[in-house]
Design a protein around this ligand. Structure first.
Ligand code: GDP
Ligand code: IMO
Ligand code: MG
Length: 429
């Protein structure tokens, strides 16, 4: 019996939230280990729709949720989210939500700098969520972040804010943006500090205790491998590592706790924001997929770019992500298409290559090589067993398995929690 770590294998929004919610029935604790409120997960349970950004999806199942030290926390966004889901009936209190006291905070300066830099980038903008994720991670690595535990020490907070504001106000002023005073930030933090501190604890210690007691832990990744700051389509990436390996460092557990790595992949591909996307479709099929799949970002409301399944990209994500098995989602969105294409390689400047290049110029020039197969006219929407799937849909899934060199262990056929087909229980591996 092992733990499970869920990660995205494309550019995010693969349906991680739905799968984590479904798997959470088999877990005791669900842990977020990286990212921040740039993530947006939609969970559908009967008539209720939960939209989560920072809170671990396991809270919907009444499990303990953990925000690990690897997450960057905007305290006001967190409290707003807690109030919103509490109004929907979820129980979020210091018994059900543990937050690492060493997690760095996202402050108003971070959002302001994120947006000012995007504006200054012009045509080369990244298309960030504008929520201050990048600047907050930069501050952590630069050793000037304000961490949750600092809120309990006014004297520490004071000198750390001086250092942080010297840096940020210089940059903001240089970019022609408004600067911040220490009093403003202090007031913003004072308003939230007691409530935030009530959730803060040594998460690493509690997780270690849970491990010793044989509790099952589900690690919930945000974003995806192609947005990973090392392995993604740099510089069009987020500012954290998103691969399974960081579940350990971002939660404060040993690497052996990661367990089965479940990679989530959509049966096609989407991307929000800028950056290369070889299989992007600019035609009616792309628009149809976008409309049927309701491909609009939960966080920013932007339309998601849509395209065919890119097996080369997902194969790479499986390798660097350490994926043990795949959950393939949104198969139902492909119902009724005459033909379906899968990218099996690329062409770069007239030469065939079977990997995605690292340099941005080459990434933009890459052209996909497709294998095309007949679609299916039957509906897969709502299917809950392999036997309900049309033969051609099964062929599509099998071909994907071959190309990405990883087994499909779960299939999802609608947004609804129980419209899920389990081939292999990752917790039993
Ligand atoms: P995440 O960021 O990876 O958690 O994914 P999002 O929640 O941002 O986006 C996935 C969207 O697809 C959500 O609206 C889900 O409700 C929906 N979804 C998940 N799985 C399926 C599926 O199998 N079929 C359909 N039609 N929708 C799905
Ligand atoms: P979930 O967890 C999709 C994208 C942004 C932008 C880039 C950098 O829902 O899958 P950032 O604000 O992180 O600096 O933006 O990363 N991005 C996401 N795209 N799903 C997400 O999260 C994302 N989180 C960040 O659109 O292109
Ligand atoms: Mg999302």
């Amino acid at each position: 019996m092992s733990n499970v770590t869920v990660i995205g294998t494309q550019w995010g929004d693969e349906g991680k939230g739905k799968i984590v919610d479904w798997l959470a029935s088999r877990a005791d604790i669900v842990v977020r280990f990286q990212g921040g409120h740039n993530a947006g997960h939609t969970l559908v349970v009967g008539e209720q729709v939960y939209k989560l950004s920072l809170l671990p999806s396991g809270l919907v199942r009444g499990k303990v949720g953990v925000i690990g030290n690897g997450v960057v926390v905007d305290p006001h966004a967190l409290m707003t989210e807690i109030d919103r889901v509490s109004a929907q009936g979820l129980v979020v209190n210091p018994e059900t939500l543990w937050i690492a006291e060493s997690a760095p905070l996202i402050l108003p300066v971070h959002g302001a700098l994120d947006r000012a830099r995007e504006a200054a980038r012009g045509d080369h903008k990244i298309g960030t969520t504008g929520r201050g994720i990048g600047p907050a991670y930069e501050d952590k690595v630069a050793r000037r972040a304000i961490r949750i535990c600092d809120l309990a020490e006014p004297e520490t907070l004071d000198w750390k804010l001086d250092e942080l504001l010297l840096h940020h106000n210089t940059l903001l002023a240089g970019l022609g943006a408004d600067t911040f005073t220490k009093e403003e930030i202090k007031a913003w933090l004072a308003e939230i500090a007691p409530r935030l501190l009530s959730f803060a604890c040594p998460v690493w210690d509690r997780l270690d205790e849970a491990r010793r007691a044989g509790r099952r832990i589900l690690f919930e990744g945000a974003q995806a491998v192609m947005l990973d700051v090392d392995h993604g389509t740099y510089p069009y990436v987020t500012s954290s590592n998103t691969i399974a390996a960081v579940a350990a460092s971002g939660a404060g557990v040993g690497p052996s706790s990661i367990g089965f790595v479940l990679g989530i992949a959509k049966a096609y591909t989407t991307r929000v924001g800028e950056g290369p996307f070889p299989t992007e479709l600019h035609d009616d099929i792309g628009r149809t997929i976008g409309e049927r799949g309701h491909e609009f970002g939960t966080v920013t409301g932007r339309s998601r770019r849509c395209g065919w399944f890119d097996a080369v990209m997902v194969r790479r994500a499986c390798r660097v992500g350490g994926v043990s098995g795949i959950a393939l989602t949104k198969l139902d969105i492909l119902d009724g298409l005459d033909e379906i294409s899968i990218c099996t390689g690329y062409e770069l400047d007239g030469e065939k290559i079977n990997f995605f290049p690292s340099a941005p110029g080459a990434q933009a020039r890459v052209r996909p090589v497709y294998e095309t197969m007949p679609g299916w006219q039957e509906t897969t929407a709502g299917a809950r067993s392999w036997a309900e799937l049309p033969a051609q849909a099964i062929k599509y899934v099998r071909r994907i398995e071959e190309l990405i060199e990883a087994p499909v262990t779960l299939l999802s056929t609608s947004p609804e929690r129980d419209d899920t087909i389990l081939m292999r229980d990752p917790f039993e591996d």
